[in-house]
Design a protein around this ligand. Structure first.
Ligand code: BGC
Length: 771
């Protein structure tokens, strides 16, 4: 303990802490922190304990409907445990001083923020990050985010968001890792490792918060905050693994989701928070609500504010974000016997333990360092890494006649509303980013191609022709650069430069806030005004490359049929323009693979690769009467999960197995030779899928069970091997049909092993695995 800081603490607390700090060694630090929390709890009043459970928003950033008032007074009175949405070292220092020097016990505050995909140096939106399939790189992005955020006083991030989603209408699909539980779990682990690094006691690591627990990505009809309803087997097999992955990686906190689960809002769901999270998974960190999550239970219709606050506490919630339901009602509930003091103590204990783990009691100002803030944030080094990471997230969807890579000569017409757009480049949930410092595509192309290429540019169209719609997506001060000229005038200008060019690069898509929170869309086409422009550009006869900015899978049927090259760039972060130009000119060979299926039309949603077979699967050609298919569209998606092209050409040879008949604890080696049949070195994500042919409950037609991103030189063949054990065959099923207890097990029998370049294009081999 820092003796100089001692005078800020009350005598009772100081003595309690001091007497224990001497026995604090590395080996017994956990026991010691429990003891410290005990002694602190013993000197706290009921009001002070409830105060620790309160997490108001400082209001510097707006991320929800309500806001808190009178925060300084509440901190002084010991009624605040932490603060979020606060920006800037000075403000953070002042708030901490009030807590440490002016409140009775001097308990330090914890400062949080939504550091979602980078802090100032911003990486691609999480959906883009998930297309990288390189866990070291993903971990590195979170590491840099933590280094920068902690340099500006933030100790706790509300990330990773690991909600599996199969519905691209849902705007928040942009914030997650796509549709797959296995890939999502790997990414969750990598992100937690990146944020929390080698331990929370360091000053450049931060506590992560896996969210939104649980199932938020399955909201009905893709409408945000909507009802969720699913079977327990589906939860365990298809939606829970990424949250569990974060817990297994040691995530310090969990955020409850807005939606209901089995008819009970997640925020008050004891089965979810107590039984699954704490008992089954062994989570021992703190649980925080989402923004006004407690209060929203009133609208869900399960009680008044006092009732729902008690319900949340009893379910296992520790910290109440913004709504102050805990602050204003828990004392009354205690007096009325609806809750116990032990329940309040438990919640308070978990918050204090987090503060101990972070080292805030040793030094409440450990993240407040002006030198770090000026030297470690948005550095050239971090930005260079962000550029490289962003380039890996781009997914090449189509490249007819090798239009790409572009030649570094001649004239390029860069046309479209995202051509010279700076503020939309970081994408949604970039609250800490200075969006104005982002690199536009125009800037990036000029910098990468230099004088060798002449670049002409025109906006050509607004993002949306409906100004009201566009106003709805111009939130958080992000400009959509609306142009008041008529569509005819803008098109004419675009066509006049198209005429002079050798190739057209069409920078089109969504504004960054057309995805993200409360940004669901029922029509997920390229906005009509941009599609009209694209048709005219194609009619010019010049080759067209569509650079597509989007926060979700779009319906691209028409574009796929008509545009020769499509590069899906998501929202690549602050270094967007440079990363895209690196790929356009072939400085970086694209290697991103989709983590979410792209549908042919909205009616196919939800569409995902690991579906069940049904009793009437479509075998052979579409259409077949009395089979599971549509009259008007085939079952196949436009682009399947795992799909993404390269400038190289990869050929897969047949699978080689170490054995086709295995027993019990044996392991299987699966090897596939992959040849790079081109003259360009490239990275390929080799994907392993398994199908369990017969189960006690029905099994998906395939499930991702492994992947490797490998560099294969031009002309080279690489043998890529995977080792499979019965751990990889396990799934959640019922122990018996009557009791329906869920067990995690593998069942002997036949399995199909598949390896390929995407979920729909695989080599297959069959094995029997007996007991
Ligand atoms: C979002 C969370 C976010 C929180 C705090 C909520 O509206 O659902 O993801 O962490 O606000 O900003």
């Amino acid at each position: 303990m820092n003796i100089l800081k001692l005078n800020h603490f009350c005598l009772g607390l100081a003595i309690a802490l001091l007497s224990l700090s001497s026995c604090d060694t590395k080996n017994n630090s956990e026991t010691s922190s429990i003891a410290k929390v005990d002694s602190l709890l013993s000197v706290m009043t009921l009001e002070e304990k409830i105060g620790q459970l309160n997490l108001p928003s400082a209001g510097d950033i707006t991320t929800g409907l309500a806001n808190n008032t009178g925060i300084a007074t509440k901190i002084k009175e010991g009624k605040v445990g932490g603060l979020f949405n606060i920006r800037g070292l000075d403000k953070i220092r002042k708030a901490q001083q009030v807590a440490v020097e002016e409140s009775r016990l001097g308990i330090p505050l914890i400062f949080a923020m939504d550091v979602i995909h980078g802090y100032k140096t911003t990486f691609p939106i999480p959906l883009g990050i998930s297309c990288i399939w390189d866990m070291e790189m993903i971990e590195a992005s979170a590491r840099i985010a933590a280094q920068e955020a902690t340099a500006e006083g933030i100790a706790w991030t509300f990330s990773p968001m690991t909600d599996v989603s199969r519905d691209p209408r849902w705007g928040r699909i942009s914030e997650g890792s796509g549709e797959d539980a296995y890939l999502g779990a790997q990414i969750a682990k990598a992100m937690v490792k990146g944020y929390q690094g080698d331990g929370l006691s360091l000053n450049n690591t931060m506590m992560a918060c896996v969210k939104h627990f649980a199932l938020y990505g399955a909201s009905e009809a893709g409408r945000d905050y909507n009802t969720v309803d699913m079977s327990h087997l589906r939860m365990y097999n298809e939606y829970f693994p990424p949250y569990k992955g974060a817990v297994d990686a040691g995530v310090g906190s969990v955020m409850a989701s807005f939606n209901e689960i089995d008819g009970i809002p997640a925020t008050g769901n004891k089965w979810l928070l107590d039984e699954v999270l704490r008992n089954q998974w062994g989570f021992n960190g703190l649980v925080v609500t989402d923004y006004t999550g407690v209060n929203e239970m009133v609208d869900h219709g399960v009680g008044d504010l006092q009732q729902v606050s008690g319900m949340a506490l009893k379910a296992g919630v520790d910290m109440d974000m913004v709504g102050e339901g805990f602050l204003t009602t828990l004392k009354k509930s205690l007096e009325e016997g609806a809750i116990t003091e032990a329940q309040i103590d438990m919640a308070c204990r978990r918050i204090l333990e987090a503060k101990y783990k972070l080292g805030l009691f040793d030094d409440p100002y450990k993240y407040i360092d002006d030198a770090r803030a000026s030297n470690e944030v948005f550095t050239a080094e971090n930005r260079a890494k962000a550029r490289a990471i962003a380039a890996e997230s781009l997914v090449l969807l189509k490249n007819e006649n090798n239009v790409l890579p572009l030649k570094e000569n001649g004239t390029i017409a860069l046309i479209g509303p995202l051509s010279d757009n700076v503020e939309n480049m970081p994408g949604t949930w970039s609250v800490s980013t200075d969006v104005k410092q982002s690199i536009s595509l125009l800037h990036g192309i000029k910098e990468v191609a230099g004088d060798k290429v002449k670049v002409l540019t025109a906006k050509g169209a607004n993002i949306l022709d409906d100004a009201d719609y566009e106003a709805r997506v111009s939130v958080f001060g992000k400009d959509t650069y609306r142009d008041d000229r008529s569509e005819e005038e803008m098109t004419a200008e675009a066509l006049s430069i198209a005429k002079k060019a050798d190739v057209i690069v069409a920078a089109m898509g969504e504004a960054s806030e057309m995805s993200g929170e409360s940004s669901s869309r029922s029509n997920i086409n390229l906005p009509a005004v941009q599609q009209r422009l694209l048709k005219k550009l194609l009619a010019s006869g010049k080759p067209v490359v569509l650079v597509l900015f989007t926060g979700r899978p779009l319906v691209l049927k028409w574009e796929d049929e008509n545009v020769p090259a499509i590069l899906n760039v998501w929202f690549p972060g602050t270094e967007a323009g440079l990363a895209i130009a690196d790929v356009l000119f072939g400085k970086v060979n694209p290697s991103g693979k989709l983590s979410t299926t792209f549908p042919q039309n909205v009616g196919q949603i939800p569409i995902y690769y690991n579906h069940k077979n049904t009793g009437r699967p479509l075998e052979g050609k579409w259409f077949q009467k009395f089979r599971s298919n549509y009259l008007d569209v085939p079952n196949e998606p436009l682009y399947p999960f795992g799909y993404g092209l390269s400038y190289s050409n990869f050929n897969y040879s047949d699978i080689k197995l170490s054995s086709t008949e295995l027993k019990g604890n044996e392991s299987l080696t699966v090897t596939v030779p992959v040849t790079n049949d081109s003259d360009i070195d490239g990275k390929e994500v080799v994907q392993l899928y398994i199908r369990d042919m017969v189960g006690s409950t029905t099994r998906p037609v395939k499930e991702l069970k492994g992947f490797q991103k490998v560099l294969i030189k031009a002309g080279e063949t690489k043998e890529v091997s995977f080792t499979i054990t019965t751990e990889d065959l396990k799934y959640y099923t019922y122990d018996n049909q009557t009791d329906r207890n869920i067990i995690y097990t593998w069942e002997p029998g036949a399995f199909q092993i598949m390896v390929g370049t995407n979920s729909a294009n695989v080599k297959t081999a069959n094995i029997i695995w007996s007991e």
